[in-house]
Design a protein around this ligand. Structure first.
Ligand code: SAH
Length: 356
C-alpha cells in the first residue's frame, strides 16, 4: 500500500463502527452492550479520555487505554469569520496538517471534512493538489474532525446537523475509510448525522461511484463536473483521461437509478474557459434529462493558478440558461471569505511556513 493511513502504534477508537467495537469487547472478554455505552461517552458526552468513562470497569478502561488512541487532533489555529464560518487547522499525530470548516446555513450547521493529506488528482484549479498526496486519513481521523467541530458548536448550544465530504483529498481514493466514517457518524447512538444530511463529493472515480451507489445508502453524491464536454474536462481535470465524461455520466445514471436520489453536479465557473452561454447550452444537453441539481461555484482565487472570476452578470446568465432548460441550479454561497483563503490554502500556507 503506497498511501496507507497512519495508525501509529495503536488504532484510533473513532475508527471503529459500533459492530466492530462489539466484536472487540467480546474478544476482550467483556459484554457487547458496552459498545453502546462507549459510543455514548465518545459521541454524546464527548469525553477526552477513557478514564472519564465511569460506568466501565477499571479493567476495561485499562484495556481500552492499552489498545486504542483517543483525541488525535491538535488545534493549530481557528479562524472565525463574520458570517460565523469557522476554519480549523488541525495537526495529526504524525505532524501533518489538515483543514476542517464549519458553515452556517438557514437549515443548520454543516461540517466540511478532509479525507486525505493532500491529493494526487491534479485538478488544474485546485490548491489541495499542489503538494501531491502524503497519505490517507484513518476513518477515525475523519470522524474526529466532526467531533471537534461539534465540541466547538457545543459552546453555542448548537449541533452539527450536516456533513459535506468536500475538504482536502479525493474521498473515493480512501474508499474503505470513507465508508467506515459514514457508518460511524450516521450511528444513531453516536453523532447521529442523517444519511440524507451527508454529501460526498468526488472528482469522478467511476468504479467507486458504482460501489458507492451500492454501499452508500441514502448518502448524497456530488460530482465535480466542471465541463460540458470531454475535451474541455480533460484540460481542467486530467482525471478525465482515465475516467472520461461519458463513462462518468453512465455511473451517475446508475447511482440515480439505484438510490432514487438526485445527484449534484458541481460546476466551477472559470473565467473564459467554461463559463460562456454555449457551455451552458451544452451542459443542459448533457444532463438535462437526469435527476440532478447543478451547483455553480465562482472560482476561488488560488495564487499558483491563473484562473479568473466570471463577472456576476455572466454567472446569472449561465444560471438562467440552465433554468430555462428546466434544470435546478444554485450558485454556491461563499462562506468565510473574510478569513484565510479558499479550500486547502490554510494548510498550504502552514506547510510553507513550517518548511521555511
Ligand atoms: N476531491 C473531491 C472533493 C473536493 S470538493 C472532488 O473533487 O469533488 C471541493 C469542490 O471544490 C470540488 O468540486 C472542486 O472541484 C472544487 N474546487 C477546487 N478548487 C476550486 C477553486 N479554486 N475554485 C472553485 N472550486 C474549486
Amino acid at each position: 500500500m503506497p498511501f496507507s493511513s497512519y495508525t501509529g502504534e495503536k488504532p484510533l477508537i473513532y475508527s471503529l463502527t459500533q459492530d466492530e467495537l462489539k466484536e472487540w469487547l467480546v474478544g476482550a472478554g467483556d459484554k457487547a452492550f458496552r459498545a453502546q455505552q462507549i459510543f455514548d461517552w465518545l459521541y454524546v458526552k464527548r469525553v477526552h479520555s477513557f478514564d472519564e468513562m465511569t460506568n466501565l470497569s477499571k479493567d476495561l478502561r485499562q484495556k481500552l487505554n492499552e489498545t486504542f488512541r483517543i483525541d488525535p487532533l491538535r488545534e493549530i489555529t481557528r479562524q472565525v469569520s463574520q458570517d460565523g464560518t469557522v476554519k480549523f487547522l488541525f495537526q495529526l499525530a504524525d505532524g501533518h496538517a489538515i483543514e476542517t470548516v464549519i458553515m452556517r446555513h438557514n437549515y443548520g450547521n454543516s461540517v466540511c471534512v478532509t479525507t486525505q493529506v493532500g491529493c494526487r488528482i491534479g485538478c488544474t484549479f485546485c490548491a489541495s493538489t499542489l503538494g501531491g498526496l502524503k497519505r490517507n486519513l484513518d476513518a477515525g481521523e475523519i470522524v474526529a474532525q466532526v467531533l471537534m467541530a461539534q465540541r466547538k458548536l457545543d459552546e453555542e448550544g448548537e449541533r452539527a446537523s450536516h456533513v459535506v465530504v468536500m475538504g482536502i483529498g479525493e474521498p473515493f481514493e480512501n474508499f474503505d475509510n470513507l465508508i467506515a466514517f459514514l457508518r460511524i457518524i450516521n450511528d444513531n447512538r453516536g453523532l447521529n448525522i442523517g444519511a440524507r444530511h451527508i454529501t460526498v463529493s468526488t472528482s469522478g472515480i467511476v468504479p467507486k461511484i458504482y460501489e458507492f451507489a451500492d454501499k452508500g445508502g441514502q448518502v448524497n453524491l456530488a460530482i465535480s463536473l466542471h465541463a460540458p464536454n470531454t475535451e474541455l474536462r480533460t484540460k481542467l481535470m486530467p482525471i478525465n483521461r482515465g475516467f472520461p465524461l461519458e463513462k462518468l455520466l453512465e455511473a451517475c445514471r446508475y447511482y440515480i437509478a439505484k438510490t432514487g436520489r438526485r445527484i449534484s453536479f458541481e460546476y466551477g465557473l472559470f473565467g473564459g474557459k467554461n463559463d460562456q452561454p454555449e457551455h451552458a447550452e451544452e451542459l443542459a444537453d448533457l444532463i438535462g434529462d437526469m435527476l440532478c441539481h447543478v451547483n455553480l461555484i465562482p472560482v476561488n482565487y488560488v495564487p499558483e493558478r491563473d484562473y479568473v472570476r466570471t463577472p456576476r452578470n455572466e454567472i446569472f446568465r449561465f444560471k438562467r440558461i440552465l433554468e430555462e432548460r428546466g434544470i435546478n441550479v444554485t450558485i454556491r454561497r461563499e462562506h468565510g471569505s473574510d478569513i484565510a483563503a479558499a479550500c486547502g490554502q490554510l494548510r498550504a500556507q502552514y506547510a510553507k511556513e513550517t518548511a521555511g
